[in-house]
Design a protein around this ligand. Structure first.
Ligand code: MG
Length: 299
């Protein structure tokens, strides 16, 4: 149905949000069964369920608690070097190294779509359609949908708490630079602002012209000590996942070194609706060694 068609759009972030460099290898996904009421299951979960609200609030609570603990002991003039949670340019997933902070002021860096903002207007329209990803329709959404969004559960309290601690909130999104004003308006409407393009808002095309976010992350890390990052796609944390197969991404995300980052500087939000989390094949999803068939159905 709709989602599988979107996944076939190869190379694009599926359903609209965000052309992410790490999306480029996403293979087609099997068709999902239609859900009750005509709403795809992933949308029911993300936009309609208490469970997803709880997951999001859980991520934001953990983020605020972790930053608060860090800020209490983080002394730019202290004896211990402060490290950013942004990887250094020569880092790899096997040997991550982090940028140094020096005495830079603290910031937290967030993706926007399905991290801080729920694109309810766009997805509600999309749920009633069939067919593939339409970048022009998404562009029209960026231009006109500012008042049809909602903050992700937990996000408002988190950005307020961060700012109260003196942590600058920075948005790093693959929305178009040409729509900067409207994206500022959407963030402000949801109560997440202020967002100012070039200062606290970084958009696709900014800094290095790429959809991968490392260039913008590096530029932010030149000015700030990044104490936390939040996102719903692995590309919101590093571009190093780009080009990996789904099993490789899964293994890397849970590896001892990268796995130790979750809720310790890197905070991930749920998104079963679109993006790089979707697209594994049957064999990639269910390892052959785990195959089971109902004995009652055997000949
Ligand atoms: Mg996102």
């Amino acid at each position: 149905m709709i989602r599988s068609a979107l996944l076939l759009a190869g190379g694009l972030a599926l359903s609209g949000c965000v052309v992410d460099a790490s999306v480029t290898q996403a293979p087609p996904a099997p068709a999902a069964a239609p859900a009750a009421g005509g709403v795809p299951a992933g949308m029911q979960y993300l936009y309609g369920s208490g469970e997803a609200a709880a997951l999001s609030a859980q991520a934001y609570n953990a983020l605020v608690d972790q930053v608060r603990a860090r800020m209490a002991k983080d002394d730019p003039k202290g004896p211990h070097p402060r490290n950013s949670v942004v990887l250094a340019p020569d880092a790899t997933l096997a040997t991550p190294r982090f940028q140094s902070c020096g005495d830079k002021p603290a910031a937290a860096v967030f993706d926007v779509d399905e991290t801080l903002l729920l694109n309810l207007g766009y997805e509600g329209d999309d749920a009633r359609r069939s067919g593939g990803w339409d970048s022009a329709r998404w562009d029209r959404w960026e231009k006109t949908g500012a008042m049809k969004v909602a903050a992700v559960p937990g996000a408002l309290d988190a950005v307020r708490a961060l700012r109260a601690m003196g942590v600058t909130v920075i948005f790093n999104t693959n929305r178009a630079a040409a729509n900067a004003e409207q994206t500022e308006a959407a963030l402000n409407f949801a109560g997440l602002g202020p967002a100012k393009h070039g200062e606290t808002l970084f958009l696709k095309g900014d800094v290095d012209g790429k959809s991968g976010k490392d260039g913008r992350r590096n530029a932010i890390a030149q000015r700030f000590c990044v104490v936390a990052m939040g996102g719903d796609q692995l590309g919101d944390f590093t571009d190093l996942f780009a080009g990996l197969t789904p099993p490789e991404r899964r293994a890397a995300a849970a590896s001892p070194v990268i796995g130790s980052m979750w809720a310790r500087g890197w905070f991930v939000l749920p998104n079963p609706v679109y993006g790089t989390g979707l697209g594994s094949t049957y064999d990639q999803t269910f390892p052959p060694a785990t195959r089971w068939t109902d004995p009652q159905e055997k000949q």
